[in-house]
Ligand binder design. Structure first.
Ligand code: SF4
Length: 212
């Protein structure tokens, strides 16, 4: 099938979309990258379509893939509680990922998550740009290094540059923080609490800048 024959492959058509729900419908059949082979559902962004704050993670995990919604698994629960502590209702923001289909690998005979590849992020960028254009947030929060490298710059170093404001995509300001999954993976409760505090602190900065 060529680009001209499949609407989800036609970049021009995607770029001309003016409605988030129409974009979601078209993205549901997207075959722009190899992740189409292994996904169950395409996970388009969701939340407040007029949000001043957009949160961008890495990619859907198992639960997100099954339900077609971003950040609904354990990492999503941690994110929701951090948002609440920062005084931000989850439904006030827009939540999405650098790729909209679950990247997987086989590990010890089982299907496991893996970070998205650069080519996959590049293929999915047209959807990222569409969400940015139609939601038009003031501030983007990159959850983890993968999103930060994709949206702030490929030289971005999370350990050194977390919690600082940078020029973001589409005229936004961007701040990068820890990915909720990274916080869950911390070895002990003290490290987890410290990492979670950083996430809350960065979310507070983002919401102040977004003026929401
Ligand atoms: S990851 Fe993005 S570009 Fe790749 S098939 Fe899914 S929606 Fe399309």
């Amino acid at each position: 099938m060529t680009e001209a024959h499949h609407p989800s492959l036609d970049t021009g058509l995607i770029e001309s979309l003016t409605d988030l729900e129409r974009a979601r419908e078209i993205a549901a059949g997207c075959v722009r990258c190899p992740l189409k082979e292994t996904r169950t559902l395409v996970v388009f962004g969701e939340g407040n379509p007029g949000a001043s704050l957009m949160l961008v993670g890495e990619g859907p995990g198992e639960e997100e893939d099954a339900r077609g919604r971003p950040f609904v698994g354990r990492a999503g629960q941690l994110l929701d509680s951090a948002l609440a502590e920062a005084g931000i209702p989850r439904d006030a923001v827009w939540v999405t990922n650098t790729v909209r289909c679950r990247p997987t690998k086989i590990e010890a005979g089982r299907v496991a998550n893996r970070p998205p590849r650069v080519g996959e992020i590049r293929a999915c960028a047209v959807w990222m740009e569409t969400e940015l254009r139609l939601v038009a947030p003031r501030v983007v929060v990159c959850l983890g290094a993968v999103a930060a490298k994709a949206l702030i710059g490929k030289e971005f170093r999370l350990t050194q540059e977390r919690g600082q404001l940078f020029p973001g995509p589409a005229g936004t300001e961007a701040v990068a923080t820890l990915h909720p999954s990274y916080i869950i993976r911390q070895r002990d409760s003290e490290s987890r609490a410290r990492a979670r505090e950083m996430l809350v602190e960065d979310l507070r900065l983002a919401i102040r800048r977004a003026g929401a």
